[in-house]
Design a protein around this ligand. Sequence first.
Ligand SMILES: CC(=O)SCCNC(=O)CCNC(=O)[C@H](O)C(C)(C)COP(=O)(O)OP(=O)(O)OC[C@H]1O[C@@H](n2cnc3c(N)ncnc32)[C@H](O)[C@@H]1OP(=O)(O)O
Length: 135
Amino acid sequence: MNYHTRKWIKPEDLNPNHTLFGGRLLQWIDEEAALYAIVQLETPRCVTKYISEINFISSAKQGDIIEIGIEAIDFGNTSITLRCEVRNMMTRQTIITIDKIIFVGVNMEGKPTKHGKTKIEFIADRLKNQDEDQY
Ligand SMILES: CC(=O)SCCNC(=O)CCNC(=O)[C@H](O)C(C)(C)COP(=O)(O)OP(=O)(O)OC[C@H]1O[C@@H](n2cnc3c(N)ncnc32)[C@H](O)[C@@H]1OP(=O)(O)O
């Protein structure tokens, strides 16, 4: 699991109960997962197809720092399945787990397109392969 993104909980992120608003967290997760899918599938056109059960385990309060973790668990023909875990860096508790977030790569008409990917790729390896192809 890669924890690429950290967020600092500010007043505008809170619910009336003064804890992190769930909708805000889901917005952050959807964007982070979309970016992950875009990088892995190497296409800027990825749409969220399916999000499995969402389990809010603990919360965060103003001033806390949280980190969003995403990993790819399956590659389909046109889809990629991700898993997500968010944790509170202050309390070290897990805030949320989502077992499946499925993105589909689409063409200009919004129709699913085959991506040809089968495993997680790292940008450094892609750059290395590009360099090797050049020389
Ligand atoms: C990042 C964002 O904010 S995106 C905004 C929110 N998302 C959207 O607006 C997407 C709206 N939905 C759509 O446009 C369409 O449903 C599409 C393009 C995603 C999929 O179209 P469909 O005709 O359902 O596609 P199709 O049946 O060919 O399935 C495509 C893939 O999705 C998977 N899929 C389809 N339905 C489901 C489902 N209910 N659950 C899980 N996976 C599914 C299929 O298994 C297939 O994956 P694979 O090719 O890897 O085997």
